[in-house]
Design a protein around this ligand. Structure first.
Ligand SMILES: Cc1cc2nc3c(=O)[nH]c(=O)nc-3n(C[C@H](O)[C@H](O)[C@H](O)COP(=O)(O)OP(=O)(O)OC[C@H]3O[C@@H](n4cnc5c(N)ncnc54)[C@H](O)[C@@H]3O)c2cc1C
Length: 246
């Protein structure tokens, strides 16, 4: 799902990538998961100058193997498995039938469908962040050596249960009404803030030496920094919470 551009990240509803009237695609996208070797995908593009001229196109194996398509893996410090990639399409021909949702009204086929996908995915990102936090807490258990650290661990375990419950309820709310996105934003904000807090507290739970030298711990902590950027940063979640009702 290629949405992000080098100068348009959080401002995802205003892409520069353009599908021209004669169905030529000029696009640059980056930070796209598995984009360098995917054989199929979707891309958010501008189809005109108006505010509703945003569409989603299907990227078929033929399009992705076209000689005017350039794809490369981005060098990253963490989350190597996500295969974050840089994609460049230079006057690449696109078949009209690969513009998705033409049977729908213009507003519904573009950003509307992207927002719905974001809202559906957000509880999954929360669950991954909470899973990472739980893995850190589970790791810490066998290294805790004093009462203060044990109490701190217990309070973090209570907090994670509460956020897990919040995420579950937010996901139910999205199942009921796909455009009711404030609760999933709250869950995403709480999950990412919580997992980053657990990272900061880890030295108190396991000791500074182990914190700095354990390879699994260091890898997990590096990967955790990615959650902030998946499905919208904290600032964007806060704007969404303010715009919605909880
Ligand atoms: C692991 C991972 C997987 C990803 N997968 C994909 C993918 O598959 N497809 C894809 O298209 N993209 C993907 N992304 C990219 C991700 O969607 C972007 O990183 C994200 O949208 C933020 O965009 P940006 O990096 O350009 O940051 P920016 O939008 O430049 O944000 C920088 C800072 O400015 C703040 N900010 C921006 N706008 C506002 C505002 N209006 N008000 C207040 N603060 C603001 C942000 O909160 C942030 O703190 C992925 C990223 C990661 C880390």
């Amino acid at each position: 799902m290629a949405v992000t551009e080098p100068s348009k990240g959080s401002d995802a509803g205003n892409p520069s990538s353009l599908l021209s009237d004669d169905f030529e695609l000029n696009a640059e996208k980056w930070l796209v998961g598995n984009g360098h070797d995917a054989t199929i995908g979707t891309m958010v593009v501008r189809t005109g100058t108006g505010p509703y001229s945003i569409g989603v196109i299907l990227l078929t194996p033929e399009t992705l193997s076209h000689p005017k398509v350039f794809r490369q893996l981005l060098p990253v410090a963490g989350l190597q498995g996500a295969g974050l990639s840089h994609l460049y399409f230079d006057k690449t021909p696109i078949s009209e039938e690969h513009i998705l949702g033409l049977h729908r009204r213009p507003l519904e086929r573009g950003m509307h469908s992207v927002i719905k996908t974001f809202y559906r995915m957000r509880p999954c990102v929360c669950a991954m962040a909470l899973g990472s936090a739980q893995a850190l807490l589970d790791f810490a258990i066998s290294h805790i050596s004093n009462v203060k650290a044990r109490e701190l661990h217990s309070s973090l375990q209570i907090e994670i249960e509460a956020i897990r419950n919040l995420n579950y309820r937010a996901a139910l709310r999205i199942d009921d009404n796909i455009l009711d996105g404030a609760a999933v934003s709250l869950a995403k904000a709480c999950s990412t803030e919580f997992v980053e807090k657990v990272v900061r507290i880890m030295p108190k739970l396991v000791g500074t030496e182990l914190f700095l030298t354990d390879i699994w711990l260091q890898k997990t902590i590096t990967d955790i920094q990615g959650y902030e950027w998946m499905e919208g940063s904290l600032d964007m979640q806060r704007l969404n919470i303010l715009a919605g009702s909880i």
